[in-house]
Design a binder for this molecule. Structure first.
Ligand SMILES: [Zn+2]
Length: 481
């Protein structure tokens, strides 16, 4: 009797997510698990995919996303599954959809990156998790609760440090989020609604992380002139709470700071000897967030990604918009707000140095609701595999895969994920190593990546033949130590 499995990926070249060298094998899936990895000539699959000449790797873990709402509003998760992503870490940069019920209040920036007030309708973190579990997305998720969201939820005026009563209220919301399944807390100390929060406020709000060894992830206060101070602040928060920290989308911005990854990376490496530190990076030398005149002033070029009062300018250069309006770029940026921008402000050599750093994970930081989004939304993972690993030879393909699978699974505590081995969760990506690359560009950013043949989440095909299957097998993942 030949054994029949639910799915067999036949004749694959397996890159298993551990950085081990690739090997040839059939991969069999039964239910939501990888049942066998080896030569299975006698076995049959209810579904068989010919993976000869293709790579089978663990599904990619997007270490840094703003997909909190995308999982509800476009749950097939096309920008993610089309590039092999099977798990997203959401709630980054201090911005989470929950717990916050805005009612008829306006959405303060940068929360508006996720949509209008109607999306902020979760008075508790558990109500958000319950909705995701009742009506799942195509991908798994691991959730962070955002400090900026907590400030908006508890403070009438965010231009000052929180009072002890507000800190205690935010702390109990952090506890509630962790009980509901959040894996940690994020901050966005760079952004206005959190800028007035001193380090001590962050530490006290995040106290509930300590007994659970939950994560502290941060869009730091300064990624420019004071980037080293910001790293020190991050490390201090991690030490005082005795929890792991993740430095989000690590970069050095502004022309005068180009080259300073030569300072930041050795500092991170040195501190890793005494505390748990992770970092992620997106593979581009342009950033993207809300549009501000200050940030545009630091960039060599700025593109408008969306604008509420002037949607017609999405996708245009800010300089061209300013010309058209007969204003300076700073005045035009102000007139366009609320709005988003893409800022060319990093140095390619820094980007490559950070990407190649042994401990750097890959995170897209994609903004899924922008009218003309940064191409990182649809392109990040394919660009790392294609442009940086195959094209430039920045690292072997095994290393590229590890940065998007085994390493984030370990960092975020996602047990049994990020690896191709018997008994692991069947999150898998089948891709063509010779073809894989981003198709998205700054001019045409909404395009599925090239070379991604099939994507499987918890044993179910979610992407095949260039299309989402419509299946939504995603789970809300808890942190395991
Ligand atoms: Zn950020």
């Amino acid at each position: 009797m030949s054994k029949t499995y639910d799915l067999i990926l036949r004749g694959a070249t397996v890159i298993d997510g551990t950085r081990a060298p690739r090997f040839e094998a059939d991969v069999a899936v039964e239910g939501d698990r990888i049942a066998r990895v080896g030569s299975l000539p006698g076995a049959r699959g209810k579904i068989e995919i010919d993976a000869k000449g293709k790579i089978v790797s663990p599904g990619f873990i997007d270490a840094h996303t703003h997909d909190d709402r995308l999982m509800l509003s476009a749950p097939e998760m096309a920008p993610k599954v089309s590039q092999g992503v099977t798990t997203v870490v959401a709630g980054n940069c201090g911005v989470s959809l929950a717990p916050l019920s805005l009612g008829s209040r306006a959405v303060p920036s940068p929360l508006d990156l996720m949509g209008d007030a109607s999306w902020f309708r979760f008075p508790s973190f558990s109500s958000y998790v319950a909705e995701l579990e009742k009506d799942p997305a195509a991908t798994n998720c691991a959730l962070l609760v955002g400090h900026t969201t907590l400030r908006i939820a508890t403070m009438a005026n965010v231009d000052r440090p929180a009072s002890p009563a507000e800190i205690s209220k935010m702390g109990s919301l952090v506890s509630e989020a962790l009980d509901a399944g959040a894996i940690g807390c994020s901050t966005g100390l760079y952004y206005e609604p959190a800028r007035a929060a001193p380090t001590e406020e962050v530490i006290e709000v995040c106290r509930p992380l300590s007994p659970r060894k939950a994560l502290y992830c941060t869009h730091m206060r300064d990624e420019g002139d004071r980037v080293l101070d910001s790293l020190e602040e991050t490390f201090r928060i991690g030490r005082e709470l005795d929890v792991p920290v993740v430095v989000s989308h690590h970069k050095v911005v502004g022309t005068p700071n180009h080259g300073r990854s030569r300072e930041t990376l050795p500092l991170i490496a040195e501190r890793m000897a005494s505390q748990s530190i992770g970092l992620d990076c997106y593979p581009y030398c342009a950033s993207s967030t809300i549009l501000t005149a200050d940030r545009a002033a630091l960039a060599t070029r700025t593109l408008v990604t969306w604008s509420t009062p002037h949607p017609e300018f999405a996708g245009m250069e800010l300089s061209a918009v300013a010309n058209k309006m007969g204003l300076s770029e700073a005045e035009a940026a102000t007139k366009l707000r609320p709005a988003g921008g893409i800022y060319f402000m990093m140095d390619e050599a820094d980007v490559q140095r950070v990407l190649a750093f042994e401990h750097t994970m890959i995170g897209s930081d994609g903004l899924p609701h922008d009218a003309a989004p940064h191409p990182r939304l649809w392109g990040t993972f394919a660009r790392v595999l294609g442009h940086y690993a195959r094209g430039l030879g920045l690292f072997p393909l095994e290393t590229a895969v590890y940065k998007m699978t085994g390493l984030p699974a370990k960092t975020f505590g996602l047990a049994g994920r990020g690896v191709v081995k018997e008994g692991a969760h069947a999150d898998l990506c089948v891709f063509d190593a010779g073809l894989v690359d981003e198709a998205a560009t700054f001019a045409k950013p909404i395009q599925a990546a090239k070379g991604i043949e099939a994507v499987i989440v918890n044993g179910t095909l979610v992407w095949r033949g260039g299309k989402a299957s419509g299946a939504r097998p995603g789970k809300v993942l808890r942190r395991t130590l």
